[in-house]
Design a binder for this molecule. Structure first.
Ligand SMILES: [Mn+2]
Length: 302
């Protein structure tokens, strides 16, 4: 386990949670990548107090860390904050995703108070049974064409990078933020049906398990809606949309959106960014089609 740096204690002592909820679900933090918005995430973790915290996959990005090591202090701070919550009595459950599949070797283990589980069945205060899974196991591309998933991941990373350069130039010209990923996603019909298939598949699986609903991540698009009688909840991500799913003490579910706190590294822009875009995915898209874009707003989906 990582040692806690001395600065951390002082920082942690200043914590004054302003939001008290029963449960928090976050996923797709992608710690270990430049895309991870660790500062905004840390602020959120400081603000929230909960009985149970689910880390719903793609927490640490093993795929990218293997390619090149990237681990700034802020990412350490996030890990420390999570472990601290576990020490202070929050039940922390980690359900690995595809980017941190290395952790699947440790299912049923407990590390520093964090339980590692393949999936979980959460019961809300008002008795709803919610099946919790990252979702990649129901993603056809990841299951059937791993090389394609990795290619899609590289393309996504590249698009984020291009997007940052592009908007830096726009900012210098006094133009507002414009999301390349969002543009691409609307251009790519296959992305829409791909997302649709994913959502339907996890909803079907939840039904099979006798759950009232499902909580997942993976596609980087937060949403609560009903699919064929199943409550579909996606907690979004901390790369672009900066969202979490919470359960209030009465069992009510809500998406917390910290998108207005997005910061693009190295930019002088005040960032209205993630408001505009709950974008894309680390998700494996057929490559030429603009591997980037996989989210879609409900109104564009049949
Ligand atoms: Mn994933």
């Amino acid at each position: 386990m990582l040692a806690m740096p001395p600065t951390q204690d002082t920082a942690a002592a200043a914590d004054t949670p302003t939001l008290s909820v029963r449960t928090v679900w976050i996923s797709d933090l992608h710690l270990g990548t430049p895309g991870c918005q660790a500062k905004a995430l840390l602020d959120f973790l400081r603000d929230v107090d909960c009985d149970t915290l689910y880390l719903v996959g793609d927490i640490i990005d093993g795929w990218q860390l293997r390619r090149s090591w990237y681990w700034p202090q802020a990412h350490n701070d996030v890990v420390q904050k999570l472990l601290r919550k576990a020490r202070k009595g929050t039940r922390v459950i980690f359900i690995p995703g595809n980017h941190d599949e290395f952790a699947r070797k440790y299912l049923t283990h407990n590390f520093g108070g964090v339980d590692v589980m393949e999936e979980a069945m959460h019961v809300t205060a008002d008795g709803k049974r919610l099946w919790v899974t990252h979702g990649d196991l129901y993603d056809g591309v990841i299951q059937c064409a791993r090389w394609l998933a990795i290619a899609g991941d590289l393309a996504y990373e590249f698009t984020l990078k291009v997007n940052r350069w592009f908007n830096r130039i726009r900012a210098k010209c006094g133009l507002p933020y414009w999301s390349l990923s969002r543009y691409l996603k609307h251009k790519v019909k296959r992305a829409v049906s791909y997302i649709n298939e994913f959502e339907n598949a996890v909803a079907r699986e939840a039904k099979k398990r006798g759950a009232h609903g499902v909580v997942c991540g993976h596609i980087h698009h937060a949403e609560i809606r009903e699919i064929d009688g199943v409550l579909y909840c996606n907690d979004g991500d901390w790369v672009e949309s900066l969202t979490a799913l919470v359960e209030h003490h009465d069992g009510r579910l809500e998406i917390i959106d910290r998108g207005d706190q997005a910061a693009l590294p190295g930019m002088l822009l005040p960032a209205p960014t993630a408001n505009v875009t709950p974008v894309g995915l680390p998700v494996p898209m057929p490559v030429p089609a603009g591997a980037v874009a996989t989210t879609v707003s409900p109104d564009t989906v049949a």
